[in-house]
Unconditional design. Structure first.
Length: 337
């Protein structure tokens, strides 16, 4: 396990910025066709970080707003609604968001047409302009939500810290595979159930519980390294040592609700909910595997002598992860009230 030290230290240091913790904050611009070439517009953007003040979508050339723009604020999100008339249709027109190049976020553009088809595109700081396609395709949904899933897990520092803590706690290849698989299955279940509307759990308590799950694992790490003989080689210790897959499954259910909350923020196309859900989840798994691969890649470098393991790294890692997660517990619990 000593080969994991670099990732542990880097993750603990990176996670000191709580704004990055489990935050998927792309802006969303939705166009829903209500009559021939007439669209309802929804613009949704996060207020934190000054995004609402910086990002400004531009009306496509040849289109015009009909009526007033209605603005609402819900928690950390600013919502704006309006009507848009495009006599020549939207196909082939350019859509741009000014100020996007000054940020580190994305904008998801979705167009839902009367015939049930939809177009999904991503604008990024490097590509703040897109051309609305002539014929929407399922491939756009696959590509958009796959990338969103990968980005979400890799930018969700709290989820990565949880996975890292599991890697540090679990001993043995088979037990590790079973534990990671249990976590994957669990968060896939709740992600699907919440996104499809079978269950609804408020996001604030879920976020607090996710932080608490990381704190729990950090406490287990600290206890183990404070008492070196506590982790019996035959797995005869406590529940976490004997049945890590069970702990991973239980907490994975919580993390799945967190993933669902992030997906709800950007929305899913009504005509392709299963497809968007599937590939968002696939993207999450790809991101998770990339992170696990990076952990073992650093371990290989350490084993080859490229880097040395400092004394006391185990305890430092446990307390580092515990300190950050404890801060999140307090911060997110306050947010519940």
């Amino acid at each position: 396990m000593k080969r994991l030290v670099l990732v542990a230290v880097l993750a603990a240091l990176t996670s000191a910025a709580p704004a990055l913790a489990h935050r998927l904050s792309p802006a969303f611009f939705g166009l829903t066709e209500t009559a021939q070439n007439t669209f309802d517009v929804q613009w949704k953007v996060s207020i934190s970080g000054g995004l609402a003040a910086v990002l400004e979508p531009k009306v496509p050339e040849g289109c015009s707003l009909a009526g007033d723009v209605r603005t609402y604020v819900i928690d950390d999100v600013r919502l704006q609604h309006a009507a848009l008339a495009c006599p020549g249709g939207l196909a082939g027109k350019e859509f741009t968001v000014t100020g996007l190049s000054q940020t580190q976020t994305d904008v998801l553009l979705r167009v839902d047409y009367l015939d049930g088809t939809a177009s999904n595109q991503r604008l990024t700081p490097s590509t703040p302009v897109v051309t609305i396609p002539e014929r929407p395709s399922s491939f756009e949904v696959v590509r958009t939500y796959l990338v969103l899933g990968v980005e979400h897990i890799l930018l969700g520092i709290d989820h990565l810290l949880f996975v890292l803590a599991l890697l540090l706690l679990v001993r043995g290849g088979r037990r590790l595979v079973a534990t990671v698989t249990a976590f994957t299955v669990a968060h896939s279940i709740t992600l699907g159930a919440a996104t499809l509307g079978f269950v609804h759990v408020p996001s604030a308590p879920v976020e607090a519980m996710i932080a608490l799950s990381i704190l729990f694992l950090a406490a287990e790490l600290a206890r183990r390294h404070a008492q070196p003989g506590a982790a019996a080689a035959d797995g005869s210790g406590d529940l976490t040592e004997r049945f890590p897959w069970l702990v991973a499954f239980a907490f994975g259910l919580l993390h799945g609700f967190g993933f669902a909350g992030a997906l709800t923020e950007v929305g899913v196309p009504s005509h392709a909910v299963p497809l968007a859900l599937l590939f968002f989840n696939v993207g999450v798994e790809i991101g998770q595997l990339l992170f696990i691969g990076a952990v073992f890649g650093f371990g290989w470098l350490i084993r080859r002598g490229v880097a040395r393991v400092p004394e006391g790294w185990q305890r430092a890692t446990a307390y580092g992860v515990g300190t950050v997660s404890a801060f999140w517990v307090v911060e997110r619990t306050i947010a519940v009230f």
